[in-house]
Write a protein that binds this ligand. Structure first.
Ligand SMILES: [Zn+2]
Length: 207
């Protein structure tokens, strides 16, 4: 398709450099198609898979603040179609990312009324189910929650235990960190809460 449309362009047909440039495009396209078909044939069964997740929610009054499935006392909570659990959304996306699957927004669209007010452990449990279906177990998970307020250190252990339980993993491979955003930007001005996570999965036969 790309070559067809390029052939029709006057810039290629009128320029002296056109034959060379066109040949170069043809070579590139042929090479890309060879690489693509080779990749499709040789898709490796990786012993380890790494995934990254990121999420951010606006904070607003009138919402509960739920992080890692734990109710955190605060004056504001996360605006969202579901329960707005920024940590569980992040971890879900990290696992889906490691498996090279569509992201949380594609699997559970916020336009679907089915997910209105839904508990986010549903999303994470589905990611865990897919992880097992693909033949992997959790190696370790490292999360960083970014919130100016409230102070999360008193809740970190509860969050860690709950996330580990949802994952079916030992808490020793789940790390929950929390930091402020130095009062800078929406995160630091208490208008949002963000989270990053990195996960490593291990193929079951070598775990
Ligand atoms: Zn989210």
């Amino acid at each position: 398709m790309a070559l067809q449309s390029l052939r029709g362009r006057s810039a290629f047909s009128s320029s002296r450099a056109a034959p060379k440039a066109f040949a170069r495009v043809q070579r590139t396209c042929r090479a890309a198609s060879v690489v693509a078909s080779a990749t499709a044939v040789k898709a490796p069964s990786l012993p380890y898979r790494v995934g990254h997740g990121f999420d951010l929610h606006r904070l607003a009054e009138g919402y509960k603040l739920i992080i890692g499935g734990i109710d955190i006392p605060h004056t504001k909570g996360c605006e969202a179609h579901s329960d707005g659990d920024v940590l569980l959304h992040t971890v879900t996306d990290a696992i889906l990312g490691a498996l090279c699957l569509p992201d949380i927004g594609q699997l559970f669209p916020d336009t679907d009324p089915k997910w209105k007010g839904a508990r986010s452990d549903i999303f994470l449990k589905e990611a865990v189910r897919l992880m097992h279906e693909k033949g992997y177990v959790l190696g370790n998970l490292d999360c960083t929650i970014i919130a100016q307020k409230p102070k999360l250190s008193p809740h970190k252990e509860n969050i860690r235990n709950n996330v580990s339980a949802i994952l079916g993993a030992d808490p020793s491979v789940v790390n929950i960190k929390a930091k402020t955003h130095e009062k800078v930007d929406s995160l630091g001005e208490e208008r949002s809460i963000g989270c990053h996570a990195v996960v490593m999965l291990i193929r079951k036969d070598i775990a």
